[in-house]
Design a protein around this ligand. Structure first.
Ligand code: ADP
Length: 552
C-alpha cells in the first residue's frame, strides 16, 4: 500500500494534520520501474507548521505473519503473478491507528488526513459492500467487518508482469504503443491497471461480474476513511493506461478494450487535492476523530514524492538508488515511449514526468569494484583527479538492457570519437562512467522540454546522494546547483502536505503553504566552465548512442 498523513487544523492552534502512510515502502520515492518494496503501513502526524509530531508503522511480514507474505507480497508459481492480500492492508490499518494512539496522537485534533500508496495495484470490491462501508460498527475491527468485502482476495500489485497479452490488446485497440502513450502518458505496461483489469475479466469472469467497484490501492485506502467508495485521483489514474491525460476522462476506446461496463466500476477521477468529505462515523466513534476532520484524496507514491520534495517547475529530482530515476514537473505533456507522463498531484493542469534508468548504483559499484576494490573513498579520489570533460574521453555503461536508451554493454570513445575497448587509466574509466550517466540524464531531460537555466535546481536523493564527488559531476553536467533531500520520507510527507493543501488551497498556494519549511541543503555549485564543457558533450553523447543503436 502506501502512506497516510494527518494534519492539525491550521486555524485552531491545537489541531494537527495527520498524514498517514498507507503501505510502507522501504524506498519512499519508489520509481515506477524500481525494486521498491512495500513492507509496511506508516503514518505521520504534522502540526499546522508541517512539523512532525508523531509517527507509527506496521510491518506486514512480521506484524501480520498470518498472511505469509514476503516483503509484503505473494509471488505466485509462474513467477510473473504478484499479489498482496487486501485484508492484510485492512488489518494493518486497524493496527496502525492503535499504534498512533499509543504514540500520543489525539485524533480529535486532526483537521484533515490524506495518504499515498504504491501505484498501479487494484482492489476489487464485492457487490453490496457499498452499504457495509457506510455502516461499519465502531466496536469491531475493520478487518473483521470487511472479511467478505472483496471479490478478489489477492490484489495484483506493481510487481506483477503477467499481462503481456492484455497489454498487446490495449495497444492494438488504440492503434499501437505510440498512440496509447499519446493518450495516457505511457505505452502499455504489464503492471498498469488497465491490462490487470482486463486479465481479471478474461480469466476470472465470475469475480469481475461480482465486482461493484474497482479501486486503486490509494483510493481503496481512502474509501476506508470516508466510509464510501472514494474517487481515483488524476495523478494515480495516470498509472492505469486508461485515462486520457488531457481531458482527465477515461478513454472510451480503452475502456471498451479492457472489459464491459468497466466505467461504472471505476467512478469518475478527481483532482488529486480534492477534499472528498468528512471522516466516516466509524473513525469518530472508534478512535475519537473529530467529525469535521476532512479526508483529502489519496494518491500514488510517485506523485506524493513530488509533493514531498516540493519540486517547482524547472526543478529536476534525480534519485541515485539501485535504479536511477529522474522526475520533474512539466507544463505540457510530452510524448515519450520509454518513461511516463502523469497528471500533477498539485496542479490539475500540470504534469510530471518520470524516467527510470536501470543501470544505476549497481553499475557504479561494478566499476568501483573493478577499479578500486570496493572503496568509495578511492573511487572519489580517482574521480577528483581527472578534469571536467575527461580529456575528451566518454563512456556509457549498461550492465543490463537499459530502458532509455535501449542499449546493453560498455562503450568507450576518445576525443576523436573513435571507439576503444578500454581506457588506459582507472581515473578516466571512473570519470567516464559518472559523466556518461549524467550526460544521458541531461539529454533525456532536455528531450522532455526542460531547458536548463539560471533557475534550474537539481535535487539529489538515494544512496549515492551522500557522495559529494558524484554530486559535483551532477552539478557540472547540468550546469546547475545540486541540493540534497532526505528522500526516505518524501512520499509520506508529501501526502501530509496534501492533507493540508486540500484544506487551505482556496486561500493559499502550495508554495506559500510550504514556504516556512527548512530550505533544501545546497550540496554543490556548478563550476564556471561547466556549460562550455558539457553542452557539446551532450551532443556527443547523443551521437554515440545513435551510433551504438545503428550498429545493432
Ligand atoms: P534503493 O534504490 O534500493 O532504495 P538506495 O537509494 O538506498 O537504494 O541506494 C543504495 C545504493 O547506494 C547502493 O547500491 C550503493 O551502491 C549506493 N551508495 C551508498 N553509499 C554510496 C556512496 N558513498 N557513493 C556512491 N554510492 C553509494
Amino acid at each position: 500500500m502506501g502512506y497516510m498523513g494527518l494534519v492539525k487544523n491550521p486555524r485552531a492552534s491545537k489541531d494537527t494534520f495527520l498524514q498517514m502512510l498507507h503501505c510502507n515502502a522501504t524506498t519512499i520515492n519508489t520509481p515506477l520501474e524500481s525494486n521498491g518494496l512495500y513492507l509496511a503501513l506508516k503514518a505521520v502526524e504534522l502540526n499546522s507548521d508541517l512539523q512532525i509530531l508523531n509517527n507509527a508503522a506496521v510491518q506486514f511480514d512480521t506484524d501480520l505473519p498470518e498472511f505469509r507474505t514476503m516483503s509484503g507480497v505473494t509471488i505466485h508459481k509462474d513467477g510473473r503473478t504478484v499479489t498482496a492480500p487486501v485484508l492484510m492492508w485492512v488489518k494493518a490499518l486497524d493496527l496502525l491507528l492503535d499504534r498512533l494512539k499509543i504514540a500520543g496522537v489525539d485524533f480529535s485534533r486532526v483537521a484533515s488526513l490524506s495518504g499515498t500508496a504504491q501505484q498501479h495495484g487494484s482492489v476489487y470490491w464485492q457487490k453490496g459492500v457499498h452499504q457495509k462501508l457506510q455502516s461499519l460498527q465502531p466496536n469491531r475491527f475493520l478487518h473483521d467487518q470487511l472479511r467478505d468485502a472483496f471479490s478478489l482476495a489477492d490484489s495484483p500489485i506493481w510487481q506483477d508482469s503477467s499481462t503481456t497479452e492484455q497489454c498487446q490488446q490495449l495497444e492494438n485497440a488504440v492503434g499501437g504503443p505510440e498512440k496509447l502513450a499519446e493518450i495516457t502518458g505511457s505505452r502499455a505496461y504489464e503492471r498498469f491497471t488497465g491490462s490487470q483489469i482486463a486479465k481479471v475479466y478474461q480469466t476470472k469472469k465470475a469475480v469481475y461480474n461480482n465486482t461493484e467497484r474497482i479501486s486503486l490501492i490509494s483510493s481503496f485506502a481512502c474509501s476506508l476513511f470516508v466510509g464510501d467508495y472514494a474517487p481515483i485521483d488524476y495523478a494515480d489514474a495516470s498509472g492505469m493506461n486508461m485515462m486520457d491525460l488531457k481531458t482527465k476522462e477515461w478513454s472510451p476506446q480503452i475502456l471498451q478494450a479492457v472489459a464491459p461496463d468497466v466505467e461504472a466500476k471505476l467512478g469518475t477521477p478527481v483532482p488529486s487535492y480534492t477534499n472528498i468529505g468528512p471522516v466516516s462515523k466509524f473513525y469518530v466513534e472508534r478512535f475519537g476523530f473529530n467529525p469535521q476532520c476532512r479526508v483529502i484524496a489519496f494518491t500514488g507514491d510517485n506523485p506524493a514524492s513530488l509533493i514531498g520534495m516540493r519540486l517547482k517547475t524547472g526543478d529536476i529530482a534525480v534519485s541515485l538508488g539501485t535504479s536511477d530515476t529522474l522526475f520533474l514537473s512539466l507544463r505540457q505533456p510530452k510524448l515519450i515511449l520509454e518513461g511516463h507522463i502523469l497528471s500533477s498531484p498539485i496542479d490539475k493542469d500540470g504534469y510530471m514526468a518520470l524516467l527510470c534508468f536501470k543501470n544505476g548504483s549497481l553499475t557504479r559499484e561494478r566499476i568501483r569494484d573493478s577499479c578500486v576494490e570496493g572503496s568509495w573513498k578511492l573511487f572519489n579520489e580517482l574521480l577528483n583527479s581527472t578534469p571536467r570533460g575527461n580529456f575528451g574521453n566518454m563512456g556509457v555503461y549498461y550492465d543490463i538492457q537499459e530502458i532509455i536508451p535501449s542499449v546493453k554493454g560498455d562503450y568507450r570513445v576518445n576525443k576523436a570519437n573513435v571507439q576503444l575497448s578500454k581506457f588506459n587509466s582507472k581515473e578516466i574509466e571512473v570519470r567516464a562512467l559518472i559523466e556518461g550517466q549524467f550526460l544521458g540524464k541531461r539529454a533525456y531531460a532536455e528531450d522532455l522540454g526542460v531547458s536548463l537555466g539560471e533557475n534550474t535546481r537539481i535535487f539529489a536523493t538515494g544512496g549515492a546522494s551522500n557522495n559529494s564527488a558524484i554530486l559535483q559531476v551532477l552539478a557540472d553536467v547540468f550546469n546547475s546547483p545540486v541540493y540534497t533531500l532526505e528522500a526516505s520520507n518524501s512520499a509520506m510527507l508529501g501526502s501530509a502536505y496534501q492533507a493540508k493543501y486540500g484544506l487551505v488551497r482556496s486561500d493559499t498556494s502550495f508554495a506559500e503553504m510550504t514556504q516556512n519549511l527548512p530550505p533544501p541543503v545546497l550540496a554543490c555549485e556548478p563550476s564556471r566552465d561547466a556549460n562550455e564543457i558539457y553542452a557539446p558533450m551532450v551532443e556527443r553523447y547523443r551521437a554515440l548512442i545513435k551510433n551504438i543503436t545503428n550498429q545493432k
